[in-house]
Design a protein around this ligand. Structure first.
Ligand code: ADP
Ligand code: MG
Length: 699
């Protein structure tokens, strides 16, 4: 945009905005005229149909009149007050009541002109508004047919400190008045025409001051053509920005070549202990196709807990190794890295390939041996935690990096890999199924393969939520299952008794269980404060079925695979997030036996906690859980940090506008293909990455 673009003018230039208002606007992130205009109203109100007070009927209505009386009335209940206003117009009077809003006594004064909008009830004293929306208007404005505030559908903005919705409406009206006839439009005309979308100028006008006849319902659903256009504009810019980021990477050829020969296929078959599911096959095909391309793979493999991502990754690794390349498999915890090392070593036994484990807590001798194996080329597959990539030893023939369970491994870390000069193929795996919109957002720079099926014979985990007072029943059930040869997890939120948080600690819990309800069973204790070797020993004992019950913290949250475990008790389930509960539950139901999850909760339950537990007992489908999680928490919280690559959005709402993000993704693809790199949209998108979307540090 040009420097004299009126949309980029500071808000302080608007008549009526002095330094203090400008500061208040700035505190809400509104600096320029464009900032103000690219902010949707909270909602819309139809003030086009102001009715005479005498004709009020029960229902929703808008009236306009003078405040005749206003007073606070105490009630018989202590600390409960009713504020009562009487409003009159030429036809009659009506009352409005507000509960526990004493401060309104400072707001309403006899003689003011006010518009009331809301639900009308009928009482013995006549028509009464119940906590209506209210707005004071100038007497003169009422007679003015073109009014900004009444006589039409009006936008209602979120209050910013001293800036009332009404004042903001004035400012927006002024800003729109000064809008030039022609403004730069990031959406090319062809794209707009294909979708029947208005120009940017028209969209801004109609979004803030909808033309007569617009449906208030549609407006409040944010689905008028004007609103859709502004949302799409933001999403398309975002998707274009992602595509630009991606274009920077994928155009560079990787230094290695991968081919799939008959010998490679034979090796892969030797690794495979079972038949792949259709979903696994398809994912593997995607991956192997990527490996054979001249540019690096950037693929996300998504699949619910237990879907069998490990074997797919291992087969991809075999293909790379058969081409003389080194492979790194990274896990988020040492526990998981060790588990991978065990299973992978067993699977590779029949092949010429060897794997080594490289972790931070390894003794220096073991570490030196491991590094020597890597350097000599004796080991081709390196398994470890993140620290692995810090070791220069692994960068000599690095062809493939597999990142397991890394929903937190953002664009940033992938960029760091590239900055080390390596252009390996990258496969990111996650069991956190996220809604497609968010996949397009957080992982928009990745290609995505999804395994939607589960290995044959899996039964959904039967899940119940019970108050913790019914704990004894849960333990009795564990004893039953153990008697049938199964194993169980008891999961706790933290590891040590704390004065501040009343959480049953794993340490004392294990002792209590051993002495009490689970006496006679073989119990093990696992938590984050144990030494790595101790953790490993306990985990191995559980895997080998030398233990019946594992009392543990969330260290087992991801990846742990013990198919004989059939029961999980989660203590204080109300404290866990939904994604975390789903991950935890994924530790059972991994074999052919019916499995069970018992979620113990303590009262009182918050509304959110109740919804989380309900989601868990309603379904075991990770995608449904993810949608519910999104609905409960909102997209920001699902990822937490900017590092995960979630943009700052002004107009679009990832919950409300999922469908539009999908559409924007497709539109951006077309634009990338047809527009030259210096086209306005593409230029704006590149600027927006760091500016508007606030993703500068990411990639
Ligand atoms: P996740 O996708 O959660 O990482 P895993 O790769 O750990 O799942 O696999 C879960 C379990 O299912 C493992 O015990 C694995 O051996 C088994 N498994 C994976 N794929 C199949 C298959 N096609 N048939 C039978 N068992 C399978
Ligand atoms: Mg896994």
């Amino acid at each position: 945009m040009t420097p004299d673009d009126p949309l980029q003018a500071p808000l302080g230039d608007l008549p009526g905005v002095g330094p203090s208002r400008a500061a208040a606007l700035a505190s809400a992130g509104l600096h320029t005229v464009e900032d103000l205009l690219l902010r949707f109203p909270l909602r819309y109100e139809d003030r086009g149909h102001i009715v005479a007070i005498a004709s009020l009927r029960p229902g929703v209505a808008t009236v306009s009149g003078e405040v005749l009386e206003a007073e606070v009335r105490p009630t018989r209940r202590p600390r409960f007050t009713v504020f009562e206003v009487t409003v009159g117009d030429a036809s009659g009077t009506a009352r409005a009541v507000f509960f526990n809003q004493r401060f309104l006594a400072q707001v309403f004064r006899p003689g003011q002109q006010v518009v009331l909008h809301g639900k009308v009830e009928w009482t013995s004293l006549g028509a009464q508004f119940q906590s209506p929306q209210y707005e004071f208007v100038d007497v003169t404005a009422l007679s003015d047919g073109d009014s900004v505030h009444t006589g039409r559908i009006v936008p209602v903005y979120e209050r910013i400190g001293p800036l009332t919705p009404k004042l903001q409406r004035d400012l927006v009206a002024r800003a729109l008045d000064r809008l030039p006839e022609s403004i730069t439009d990031p959406l090319p005309q062809e794209a707009r025409r294909a979708r029947g979308l208005p120009s940017r100028r028209e969209a801004l006008l109609d979004t803030h001051f909808p033309p007569e006849g617009t449906s208030v319902e549609v407006l409040n659903a944010f689905r008028t053509p004007a609103q859709i256009r502004l949302i799409l504009e933001e999403f398309v810019l975002f998707q274009l920005a992602l595509a630009e980021q991606r274009a920077r990477v994928v155009t560079r050829a990787k230094p290695h070549r991968v081919e799939v020969s008959e010998a490679t296929r034979a090796l892969a078959r030797r690794v495979l202990p079972f038949t792949l599911t259709p979903g696994q096959k398809e994912a593997l095909r995607d991956i192997v196709t990527d490996l054979q391309r001249p540019t690096p793979m950037n693929r996300l493999l998504q699949g619910d807990v237990g879907a069998g991502k490990t074997i797919v990754a291992l087969l991809a690794a075999v293909v790379a190794m058969a081409n003389g390349l080194q492979v790194v498999l990274m896990a988020p915890t040492e526990l998981l890295a060790e588990q991978h090392a065990r299973t992978v070593a067993a699977r590779l036994a029949d092949t010429p390939f060897r794997s080594v484990l490289l972790t931070g807590s390894q003794r220096s001798v073991a570490r030196r041996d491991a590094l020597a194996c890597i350097a000599s080329g004796e080991a081709q597959l390196v398994i470890g935690t993140h620290a692995v990539l810090e070791d220069p030893a692994i960068f000599n023939r690095l062809g493939l990096v597999i990142i397991d369970e890394q929903h937190r491994f953002g664009v940033g870390q992938r960029a760091r890999l590239r900055s080390k000069g390596a252009l390996p193929d990258v496969l990111v795996m996650t069991a956190t199924p996220i809604p497609r919109t968010l996949t397009l957002t957080a992982y928009g720079d990745l290609d995505v393969s999804v395994i939607r099926d589960l290995p044959p014979g899996r039964q959904p985990v039967l899940t119940t939520a019970r108050p913790e007072v019914r704990r004894e029943e849960a333990y009795a059930f564990v004893r039953e299952q153990v008697a049938e040869g199964r194993q169980a997890y008891v999961v706790l939120p933290i590891i040590e008794d704390s004065d501040k948080i009343d959480v049953r600690a794993a340490v004392s819990m294990e002792a209590d269980l051993r002495a009490g309800p689970l006496a006679g069973l073989r119990l093990g204790l696992l938590h984050g404060k144990l030494k790595a070797t101790e953790k490993q020993a306990v985990m191995q004992a559980f895997v080998a079925h030398a233990l019946d019950v594992l009392v543990t913290t969330t260290v087992i949250e991801v990846g742990v695979d013990v198919p004989n475990a059939s029961v999980m008790i989660v203590e204080h389930a109300e404290r866990f997030g939904l994604a975390q509960l789903h991950q935890l539950r994924g530790r059972v139901g991994r074999g052919a036996e019916q499995s069970y999850a018992i979620l113990l909760f303590e009262r009182p339950l918050s509304e959110d906690a109740r919804e989380r537990l309900k989601a868990m007992t309603d379904t075991t489908d990770g995608f449904v859980i993810a949608e519910r999680d999104l609905a409960i928490r909102g997209p920001g919280d699902m990822f937490g940090t900017r590092q995960a690559g979630m943009p700052t959005l002004r107009i679009g709402d990832l919950r409300r506008d999922q469908d539009l993000m999908t559409e924007a993704h497709a539109m951006a693809r077309v634009l990338m293909e047809h527009l030259p790199p210096d086209a306005v949209s593409r230029r704006l998108a590149r600027q927006a990455w760091a500016g508007r979307f606030n993703l500068a540090q990411v990639g």
